[in-house]
Design a protein around this ligand. Structure first.
Ligand code: G
Ligand code: MN
Length: 263
């Protein structure tokens, strides 16, 4: 076994143990509606509170291949936790949805629609509150498989979003053939738009294009009030970023089902 394989195997086991140990949790970042100025939904973001290394971001511990068994375990973990949390805040009267990041390979998993239907049913959550964000970059999944998966998920009532829009490949082809409800304009264009006319034009074009196709537009990575004003001017529907809300853990009573009071 090569060194790198050993390392990967070691961290895979460590990661599975960390999940068992409750070190891996979801943090939530609010996404705001521009017209109402209210929270529309929360994006669920995976975090590992590592006992030695501190708070780790997904890029430092996610397996390179999310289509591996470990990727499957992590995706199921995130879906389960996010749906449970959203159902909990719905019960508390908070009408906000939840967005979950799913790799194209996992999205194309033929069992995903049934799995989601079971999950939503078990937590008594209406499918319309759940958005699946498909990350746009590094997509080597067959376009027909993605198309079938999107149709099946749309049938379930789940919303579909293209994450990091503008940075991946075959963007326009994908928009042309897939029924997505939302695009999230990548933060590099949002950050660049403040000082760079080209980035501003790209963000503006992406917003108008998505609108003309009947999709809603999220500007992600809004880090300053200047960026916020600019993307509102461009006409985006939703905004997300450190300027508005930093990802954080939910209060424990929001995270798990309300305790049952059995006498
Ligand atoms: O690819 P995706 O859009 O799902 O990435 C989400 C990540 O972006 C999270 O890890 C989150 O912490 C980070 N993030 C959220 N808001 C901002 C922001 O305003 N600026 C930057 N640089 N990162 C952000
Ligand atoms: Mn995302």
């Amino acid at each position: 076994m090569s060194d790198s394989t050993t390392t990967t195997l070691h961290s895979a086991i460590e990661l599975l143990e960390a999940i068992e140990d409750d070190q891996v949790r979801l943090h939530y970042q609010a996404i705001f509606s521009v017209p109402s100025r209210r929270i529309d939904s929360f994006e669920a973001l995976l975090r590992w509170q590592h006992p030695e290394h501190g708070l780790l971001l997904p890029m430092s511990f996610l397996p390179a291949d999310m289509d591996s068994g470990l990727g499957w375990v992590l995706t199921n973990f995130v879906l389960e936790e996010a749906v449970r949390a959203c159902a909990t805040w719905q019960h508390a009267g908070i009408r906000a949805g939840v967005s979950v990041n799913v790799s194209p390979g996992r999205l194309a998993d033929e069992f995903l629609p049934d799995h989601l239907a079971e999950l939503l049913d078990r937590h008594e959550l209406d499918a319309g509150w759940l958005t699946i964000e498909m990350t746009e970059s590094r997509c080597d999944v067959d376009a027909d498989d993605i198309r079938r998966a999107c149709a099946a998920l749309a049938e379930c009532g789940v919303r579909l979003s293209i994450d990091d829009f503008g940075t991946g490949e075959a963007t326009l082809t994908r928009l042309r053939h897939l029924q997505f409800d939302q695009v999230k304009i990548d933060r590099c264009f949002v950050a660049g738009a403040v000082s760079d006319a080209t980035d501003r034009n790209i963000a503006s074009f992406a917003t108008d294009l998505a609108h003309s196709l009947g999709m809603t537009v999220v500007a992600e990575g809004v880090e300053t009030s200047e960026m916020l004003d600019l993307v509102i001017d461009l006409g985006v529907d939703l905004v997300q970023g450190f300027h508005l809300h930093r990802p954080r853990e939910l209060e424990a009573h929001w995270r798990s089902p309300a305790p049952c009071h059995h006498g």
